[in-house]
Design a protein around this ligand. Structure first.
Ligand code: ADP
Length: 489
């Protein structure tokens, strides 16, 4: 499902958050603008009343301004005994039709005066009437001229009205049409809506772009992984931005894919090499037996054939045993003991074991063995030393020499096997520990060498947490150095 994808989920969350923020912002902006507008209308209406009840000094008025009633030499209406008459007159003469209007109410008497522009259906300002000071007149305690008490505002359809409680139970309602203001507010709402929708779409598009960019490396990774799972191990993720989190992940995955490829290639080559190695002795046995059985033979010929078959079978046994041993070490199934043993003693025993072969080849084995107490499996390390000595003798020259030395160096037990043999060419040296690798292929195979000896040595030494290295000069000789961890305490 497309909507299950991370990209769409990101997009949906982004959309929801953006819509919520824009709606909140839009509603708040509209409310602030609306409240400001109403407040300014209310102030405007309040000023109209101020002008009505509080006369300004003549010099502050423009010459064409009609003086309010209280200014025409008469006392301010509230202070006069003709309080009600003056108030009624001021209200009935206020403004003109279509403009701001006034309606005068008195407690229990209803609307007692209205200006010419006042609409007929202005409802009773109950709340203001309830707050209008009772019969407090001029000269009495608590009397203050002018509008008093809280200004109560209301919006009634197209009209905005404020009610002002006056002394003696009077309430003046001042109002005006706000049709134009409402239309302006509507335009503002539409503008906010359009701007919000625009920003929302822009935000969605931007968010979609960002999400697509952020997700692209994941898509690349999954596409590459799919191609790899389909069998193409050479595929790698194209890492453009190596510093980002996904770039680093892609880097790690690429390294893993490279190791996987190397291991698969090695595995495939190993299987091919193993089959090839086993096919040779099998072919020998088949050819020998077929030729021999083609007709009657003498006992000497049968014996010769059987001996050839035996040699081929022995070769197969050596090979299968080596293969099995390698497979077991690889799988961690070859038990490696962790005991204290003297590397010097193990080297001496191996040298003694291999002595007959050395004599046969007229090679002199020299030893320089000090005490080096290592931790590990003495039997397997003995196998390593024997393999190295066997190679040193085998690849040596006539009447050559082999030197075996053991000693400690820091935290390590060191074993060195040097020979005065043919040496190993520089181009072969990096591959010498690979399985089935032979520097001189035809010769080594003809001599029945498996090409697994050094690979087994390396596997055993690695399993001990040690290392094996080669130094060789063609024509001068080779030195193999084995490092093993010393036993502690
Ligand atoms: P092999 O059974 O062929 O000896 P190894 O794994 O023991 O297999 O050795 C791999 C190859 O390394 C050999 O075929 C040989 O060419 C080369 N090699 C090993 N040891 C020596 C040595 N001491 N001197 C020269 N070449 C050597």
């Amino acid at each position: 499902m497309i909507f299950n994808s991370i990209r769409w989920r990101l997009q949906a969350w982004h959309g929801v958050i953006l819509a919520a923020v824009l709606t909140g912002f839009g509603v708040a902006a509209y409310k602030v603008a609306h409240d400001n507008q109403m407040r300014s209308i209310d102030q405007d209406l309040g000023q109209q009343l101020d002008g009505l009840f509080r006369p300004r000094p003549p010099e502050a008025r423009p010459p064409d301004d009609r003086p309010p009633r209280g200014d025409r030499g008469r006392p301010f209406p509230f202070e006069s005994s003709e309080f009600e008459t003056n108030l009624r007159q001021a209200v009935s003469e206020f403004g003109a039709a279509g403009g701001p209007y006034l309606v005068l109410w008195r407690m229990n008497q209803g609307a007692i005066a209205r200006s010419p522009g006042a609409p007929p259906e202005v409802p009773e300002p109950k709340e203001a009437l309830a707050q209008a000071p009772p019969e407090v007149g001029p000269g009495q305690r608590g009397f203050r001229p002018g509008p008093r008490g809280p200004v109560l505002a209301r919006t009634r359809g197209q009209f905005r009205e404020i009610s002002i409680p006056l002394p003696r139970g009077f309430v003046v309602v001042a109002g005006r049409s706000i049709a134009d203001d409402q239309a302006a507010m509507q335009r503002l709402a539409l503008l906010l809506l359009a701007a919000g929708a625009g920003i929302f779409l822009l935000g969605l598009a931007g968010g979609g772009w960002v999400a697509a960019r952020a997700i692209r490396p994941i898509e690349d990774i999954s596409a590459t992984a799919q191609r790899i799972s389909a069998g193409d191990l050479s595929q790698r993720i194209d890492v453009a931005d190596t510093e980002s989190e996904l770039g680093r992940l892609a880097g790690v995955l690429n390294a893993t894919f490279a190791r996987l490829e190397a291991s698969f290639t090695q595995q495939a080559r190993f299987t091919a090499d193993a089959s090839h190695e086993l096919r040779t002795p099998v072919t020998v046995i088949l050819t020998q037996t077929q030729t021999c059985l083609a007709r009657e033979r003498g006992s000497a010929e049968y014996k010769e054939t059987l001996q050839a078959c035996q040699r081929a079978a022995q070769r197969m046994r050596r090979l299968t045993e080596s293969l099995l041993e390698l497979a077991r070490i690889d799988a961690g199934e070859e038990p490696m003991r962790r005991e204290r043993f003297d590397l010097g003693r193990v080297a001496r025993e191996s040298a003694e074991l291999i002595q007959p072969l050395a004599e046969q080849r007229k090679v002199l084995i020299q030893t320089d063995l000090a005490l080096a107490e290592c931790a590990g499996d003495a039997e397997h390390i003995g196998q390593v030393v024997t393999n190295l000595l066997s190679n040193a003798i085998h690849y040596n020259r006539e009447s050559g020499a082999v030197n075996v030395a053991a000693r400690t160096e820091g935290e390590w037990g060191i074993l060195r096997v040097s020979d005065s043999g043919s040496g190993i060419a520089a181009e072969d040296q990096p591959h010498i520990f690979e399985r089935f690798y032979r520097a001189d292929k035809s010769r080594a195979r003809a001599e029945g060498r498996t090409g697994l000896g050094l690979a087994i040595c390396k596997a055993i030494v690695d399993a001990h947490g040690g290392s094996i290295e080669l130094e060789s000069k063609p024509g001068v000789g080779s030195t193999f150095t084995v490092r093993l961890p010393l036993a502690h305490g």
